[in-house]
Design a binder for this molecule. Structure first.
Ligand code: FE
Length: 285
């Protein structure tokens, strides 16, 4: 493949406290705008200690973004202002488009062993920030799993790998969301549309994320790729698992206030005013 993407930055996620006191790690967020455009934030939570996560994320609003929750272990119960409720378990994913507004809660359940998962925030283009909220629930068994000749196994949540299309479709930024496992010593190559932003987050093992990468990178690290036609990644002496996410940048102004992300300060002020006076929700039950 020509035009392999290089790695322009690699950093370890940082400990952060969110919600009502959940201890998690942030791979990128508010201070990284606009480098990951159209992605705003990636939180990585993994712990064997319920004290780290039981406080959860009680009722809070979102507007102007999509939140994508992907569980690797344990369960999160959710409920929202539209009357939806359910539990996201190991391997499940929820792609929530907040659009004009939703008020929800996300409460981790006490787990024997490890609670682990990710939340990614995807920005919405200006013309779609006020669309009706919607959900896509993806069960663990839904995404196709593709075994590549080189040895890698890819769970396709969004995007396409060798003709297998992920169940999450019709998203504004044309995202690709892959959960990739590469056996020890093997490689993985994958095309990514030129001009799209792409990053990887290492779940386990160590890898070289570009042909010219100087040092291997391990768990809790996020790698932002430069532009090019695709990525070429190699596992070292243990299996390597990582998320590979890409999407079309929006190139629009970002006005970000906590759980609400709009284009202007006026829109942000209006959102909080509406939340305060009870007119935030535009779509009724
Ligand atoms: Fe939320």
């Amino acid at each position: 493949m020509d035009g392999q993407r290089g790695v322009v930055s690699g950093a370890r996620s940082r400990p952060t406290i969110e919600g009502a006191g959940v201890r998690l790690r942030r791979a990128f967020g508010y201070h990284d705008v606009p480098r990951f455009d159209p992605f705003l934030m990636l939180d990585d939570f993994h712990s064997e200690n319920p004290d780290d996560y039981m406080a959860g994320f009680p009722w809070h609003p979102h507007r102007g973004i999509e939140t994508v929750t992907y569980m690797l272990g344990g369960r999160v119960e959710h409920g929202d202002s539209l009357g939806n409720s359910g539990v996201i378990g190991p391997g499940d994913l929820q792609w929530m488009t907040a659009g004009s507004g939703i008020i929800h809660q996300e409460m981790p359940q006490r787990t024997e062993g490890r609670l682990a998962g990710f939340q990614l925030w995807v920005n919405l283009p200006a013309r779609q920030k006020m669309i009706n909220p919607r959900y896509r629930d993806v069960k663990a068994a839904d995404p196709p799993v593709v075994r590549l000749r080189g040895g890698a196994t890819v769970k396709v949540i969004a995007g396409e790998v060798e003709g297998a299309r992920g169940p999450v479709r019709d998203i504004m930024v044309e995202p690709q969301y892959l959960d990739v496992t590469v056996p020890a010593g093997k490689g993985f190559e994958h095309a990514i549309a030129r001009g799209h932003t792409a990053f990887a987050f290492v779940v386990e093992g160590e890898g070289r994320f570009a042909p010219d990468a100087k040092a291997p990178v391990g768990p809790e690290h996020v790698l932002l790729f430069g532009d090019g036609d695709g990525v070429s990644i190699r596992a070292l002496d243990a299996p390597l698992r990582f998320l590979l996410v890409s999407g079309k940048p929006l190139g629009e102004p970002v006005a970000w206030g906590g759980p609400i992300v709009m284009n202007t300060q006026e829109e942000l002020d209006l959102a909080f005013e509406e939340y305060g006076n009870g007119t935030f929700l535009k779509q009724k039950k």
